[in-house]
Design a protein around this ligand. Structure first.
Ligand code: SF4
Length: 324
């Protein structure tokens, strides 16, 4: 990791991330247990500074406690005590969510416990009047956190087992954290141009259409209210990155990068690079193959612009990216 990285982003300072306490091993569940996730605590914990919250304990439900569940309309469910459905804690959980969204305005991501009526991000069971499952909804606390900051990268522990989803989450967290740090230093048109310039291939690999729109926003950054321009930019950027990159788009970004070496490589090396990108596009090689070749050529033919591209290492490899 270079010095520029240390000063402007990830470096020695850990990324602040909100998290459901039970995922760190805290014994806060209704039955006095926990839901420790070792990858989160041991691997992500080396780079993330976790801020644990158990909303059910925070609103005074205690440990142990009768479990709660979601009931009613899946789009606007209520959280009630399983043993005493008249005990409704929806408002308390929602109010705590709104309060914490304010207190945690400095976080760069949130990791939620799946399937929880409080912390579940999506697909939480909602029960109907007669006690049968009626659909799926969001945990009451999680919904408020996400509503308060729709740009915040959020994920659930279970989904991190999927390499594509994990890669996408890690990527968004790092991009968003670097953005927050840049904003904290005071955004200028020049800073925005530099930020965009370093993320160009990353964006291209995700969404070509939004890549062009982001380019237009940055090109006009000098002419308007820079804060408003920055708000438009980050909103579109996070939208672009939310979808995992397809092989087609990745291959397109790789081909663009390969273009920087066109005149520097002999025909054999050029062909080898083009073939490896094509083999990746067809699903016959992992991304690591053309990326390794590109990094190899970059070492032999240093180029400051290409070296600065986040695409080549969007987050530390130790975090277990898909095949970088
Ligand atoms: S899922 Fe949320 S509310 Fe339930 S124990 Fe974990 S942190 Fe507490």
């Amino acid at each position: 990791m270079d010095e520029a990285d240390r000063s402007d982003s990830d470096g020695e300072e850990k990324i602040p991330v909100g998290i459901s306490s039970c995922l760190l091993g805290e014994e806060v569940r209704y039955n006095g247990g926990h839901k420790l996730d070792r990858y989160i605590r041991q691997v992500l914990g080396q780079y993330f500074k976790f801020i644990p919250v158990c909303p059910e304990v925070a609103i005074g439900l205690g440990v142990p406690r009768p479990p709660i569940r979601l009931v009613g309309d899946p789009d606007a469910p209520r959280a009630v005590d399983v043993t005493d459905p008249d005990r409704d804690v929806t408002e308390d959980l929602a109010a705590h969510g709104r309060r914490m969204a304010g207190e945690l305005s400095g976080i760069s991501a949130y990791l939620f416990k799946s399937r929880s009526p409080s912390c579940g991000m999506e697909r939480v069971k909602v029960y109907g009047d007669k006690g049968a499952p009626a659909g799926k909804g969001q945990g009451i606390y999680a919904r408020e956190i996400m509503r308060a900051n729709p740009l915040l990268p959020v994920e659930e522990e279970g989904r991190l087992n999927d390499p594509l989803l994990r890669d996408n989450f890690l990527l968004r967290v790092h991009v968003y954290d670097r953005w927050r740090r840049m904003i904290a230093r005071g955004v200028t048109p020049g800073a925005l141009v530099e930020f965009h310039s370093r993320n160009k291939f990353l964006i291209l690999a995700h969404d070509q259409q939004r890549y062009r729109r982001l380019g237009r926003i940055v090109a006009n950054a000098g002419g308007g209210d820079i804060e408003a321009v920055a708000a438009d930019y980050i909103s579109l950027l996070m939208e672009a990155l939310r979808k995992p990159a397809s092989r087609r788009n990745q291959a397109n970004a790789l081909m663009h990068l390969a273009g920087y070496f066109k005149k520097l490589l002999d025909s054999g090396d050029r062909q080898e690079l083009a073939d490896s990108i094509e083999a990746y596009r067809r699903g016959e090689r992992p991304l690591l193959v053309p990326l390794t070749l590109l990094r190899h050529h970059l070492r032999r033919h240093p180029d400051a612009y290409v070296e600065a591209q986040r695409y080549l290492e969007p987050f530390p490899r130790e975090l277990g990216g898909i095949d970088r």
